[in-house]
Design a binder for this molecule. Structure first.
Ligand SMILES: Nc1ncnc2c1ncn2[C@@H]1O[C@H](COP(=O)(O)OP(=O)(O)OP(=O)(O)O)[C@@H](O)[C@H]1O
Ligand SMILES: [Mg+2]
Length: 285
């Protein structure tokens, strides 16, 4: 479904993603783990087109999409959780989700007769609008935001905004779902809501799911496979139990566990840098 070949990007002298070659199949959930600064988010940015690749290729369903800008990759079925900057802050939560549903339907060539093809079909416009609104409401219900559907996005607390990002991605229903720390900054009540949605998505067996996550209990429960990045390089890839037990993971992550327990150790070779998603997150892997 999705493949990267020698995907690389340099920032000055620093190789943030270093010749990463990897394939991700439909019906599987792959977690991408690694210490802070390992290159996980940058890898996602290269795959989704937020950053141009310095070297290497990205293929989606057999098509080389390396040269495509992010919106065209989205159209082809590559779904990255929206960032708040991509939402309409003054529109309500429901209106934001409805726009994502509408974008999906119009991308699939449905959603009303174009005006130039014999005038506007008002009946169809009304029916579509109602169906999109109903779907948006159902989606908000799933992320437990139904009671806040009418609130402008800008007025939602951080945890709710993150749940809304997940709702928008679900509304788009891409072939490839990319979640970058989807539960970071959420309260303990909110985390299971999002994990249940990811579980349900996985049980459909027809979507390719990529998950960047620091909580190793979540990773080992959800993943069919784990890929480990370290200093931009892919250093381990395989079945969860074997990867977690591998010396490279033990060496890198026992440092992180030690740090949590009060020891001075950082993961080996990990630059110390606050992550954008750090808010409210405990430091695990
Ligand atoms: N736009 C940029 N310009 C310069 N350096 C960057 C840029 N984006 C990322 N980097 C650097 O690339 C490296 C990888 O960063 P990245 O955010 O991908 O790590 P990460 O694995 O997602 O970490 P975290 O777990 O903290 O989210 C870091 O050293 C980071 O400082
Ligand atoms: Mg990151």
């Amino acid at each position: 479904m999705l493949e990267t070949v020698d995907l690389t990007i340099r920032f000055g002298g620093h190789v943030a993603v270093d010749h990463v070659s990897c394939r991700f199949e439909a019906g599987t959930l792959t977690s991408i783990v690694g210490p802070n600064g390992a290159g996980k988010t940058t890898y996602f940015n290269l795959v989704s087109g937020q950053l141009p690749a310095g070297e290497g290729r990205v293929r989606l369903a057999g098509e080389d999409i390396t040269a495509l800008p992010a919106p065209l990759r989205t159209r082809r079925g590559l779904g990255r959780a929206f960032q708040l900057t991509q939402l309409f802050p003054n529109l309500s939560a429901e209106e934001n989700v409805r726009l994502a549903v509408q974008a999906r339907e119009q991308g699939r060539g449905r959603g009303g007769v174009p005006a130039w093809l014999g005038g506007i079909d008002l009946w169809r416009v009304w029916l579509d609008h109602r169906a999109w609104t109903d779907e948006a409401r159902a989606m908000l219900e799933q992320v437990r935001l139904a009671d806040k559907a009418a609130l402008p996005v800008a007025a939602l607390p951080h945890g709710d905004q993150r749940k809304l990002e997940v709702a928008l991605l679900m509304a788009l229903d891409p072939k490839v779902y990319m979640f970058d720390e989807p539960t970071a900054g959420m309260s303990v009540d909110e985390v299971p809501v999002v994990l249940d949605l990811i579980r349900a998505l996985k049980s459909r067996k027809d979507r390719c799911i990529l998950l960047v996550e620091h909580k190793m209990d979540v990773v080992s429960e959800l993943s069919d496979r784990i890929v480990v990045l370290h200093n931009g390089r892919l250093v381990a890839d395989g079945e969860p139990r074997a990867v977690i037990a591998s010396p490279i993971v033990q060496q890198a992550y026992l440092g992180a566990v030690g740090a949590e327990a009060g020891a001075p150790a950082e993961p080996v070779g990990a630059p110390s840098r606050p992550s954008p998603a750090e808010r409210g997150r405990s430091r695990h892997v």
